[in-house]
Design a protein. Structure first.
Length: 426
């Protein structure tokens, strides 16, 4: 053993690359596919609901359970082989049967999933499909069969993997509630290649269905987005025209901006998932290396005509929502600046009025100061007369003369004292 220490996740991460091997299938055979959507925000007891649901199915057939925490399982369940995969938003179940039913795409084939077990599913069905794998009977017979099995208007048929197989479907849900997929394989096509084709078709159908949830989300958001767009435009027009209270407009604008941000936050996961699922659908179709069959439309052409416009609608709505949120933020910044300028003007006027009031107070203070000099001098003269009168009486100076002499001196002294006090305070 090497003395170096391994990272705790080294083996788990390496094994993840080999966690979902393709099944090996031999034509003729069939597959029954089911994808169950997990709850948007599962409760704590629902986190392992998908694995528990799988365990219920395995118990019906007496099959061994998956390892704790497993996200995939493959094994035999009765006369079938079951492939289970747990993904972030959904879980998929695929039953492989070595025999084909006499009636093509017979709904009874789906009884491999018991009704009671289906009724206890932890989420709704996002898609299900019946897949029929046959040997290649030749172009003429393939044309005859697919024309009888599928709706011609939406039928897509193409040769894949350098002619190893021919695949066909109309991407429609039949009366039993299932998609129909047909695969015609050549004699030299290996078991693992057949398994890869079946797996790719199941993935295309699943991720196509999951990505279309983004379109449903956009349609739900459409009316509210139009209302918010109208409100935002009206508020911005009010800002331009004036005549409205800026603070009231800002308050309404902040409410609109908050709602836009809330819608964006609530939809960001769905928009991101839709983009990821779309990329997977296109990648899975690309790896099939399609070739046209008898002039029929290919899977890629069908997606270009029917699927791509829906995805462009989702992207356009996402951009529109982001643009509206950015417009609201910019408008809020502009309006907030306008409110700040108006408040600054109000503050300037308030300061000017305060300056005028201070000038008036200063003038009043000077007036009062003059009166106070007179009042203080009056009392000070009386005090001086009381103190100096005995001496003035002794030398024969009358009281009126003494008052006339002391009054100017006292007034000047009081004025000088008050003036010095004001200078020190200033």
């Amino acid at each position: 053993m090497s003395p170096i220490e391994d990272h705790p996740l080294r083996y788990a991460l390496a094994n993840e690359l080999h966690a979902r091997p393709f099944p090996s299938l031999d034509a003729p055979c069939g597959a029954i596919f089911l994808a169950i959507k997990r709850p948007e925000q599962p409760e704590a007891h629902e986190v392992d609901a998908g694995r528990a649901h799988l365990t219920q199915l395995l118990d019906r057939y007496g099959a061994p359970h998956p390892q704790p925490g497993a996200t995939h399982w493959f094994g035999e369940v009765g006369k079938f082989k079951l492939k289970w995969e747990q993904h972030t938003e959904f879980a998929t179940y695929t039953l492989f049967t070595p025999a084909l039913e006499d009636r093509p795409f017979d709904p009874k084939a789906f009884q491999g999933f018991p009704d009671e077990w289906l009724a206890s599913a932890p989420g709704p069905r996002i898609t299900s499909a019946l897949i029929r794998v046959e040997g290649d009977p030749g172009p003429a017979e393939i044309t005859k069969r697919v024309d009888g099995w599928f709706v011609p208007e939406s039928l897509a048929v193409s040769k894949v993997l350098d002619g190893a197989a021919t695949i066909a479907t109309d991407f429609r849900i039949d009366v039993a509630g299932h998609m129909r997929l047909a695969i015609f394989v050549g004699d030299v096509t290996g078991e693992r290649r057949i398994g890869r084709i079946v797996q790719r078709l199941c993935e295309i159908e699943t991720y196509k269905s999951m990505s279309m949830l983004g379109l449903a989300r956009v349609r739900d958001l459409g009316p509210r987005m139009r209302d918010l767009d109208t409100t935002l435009t009206a508020l911005m027009s009010a800002m331009t025209e004036g005549g409205t209270n800026a603070e009231d407009t800002l308050r309404e604008l902040l409410v609109t901006s908050a709602e836009l941000e809330s819608l964006l936050a609530q939809s960001s996961f769905r928009f991101g998932a839709t983009g990821a699922y779309e990329a997977i659908v296109n990648q899975r179709i690309d790896v099939l290396r399609e070739q046209r069959f008898e002039g029929r439309q290919t899977f890629a052409e069908f997606m270009m005509r029917r699927f791509d416009p829906a995805m462009r609608t989702v992207k356009a709505s996402e951009r529109r929502l982001q643009t509206m949120a950015e417009r609201a933020i910019r408008a809020g910044d502009l309006l907030r600046t306008r409110v700040d300028v108006e408040r600054s003007a109000q503050n300037q006027k308030l300061l000017e009025s305060m300056d005028k009031r201070a000038d008036l107070q200063l003038r009043l203070q000077k007036t009062v100061e003059g009166l106070s000099v007179v009042a203080i001098s009056y009392y000070a003269v009386n005090l001086v007369l009381y103190m100096a009168q005995p001496a003035a009486y002794a030398v024969g100076i009358p009281k009126l003369v003494l008052a006339a002499i002391t009054t100017p001196v006292v007034v000047l002294a009081v004025w000088w004292m008050v003036h010095r006090i004001r200078e020190k305070m200033e």
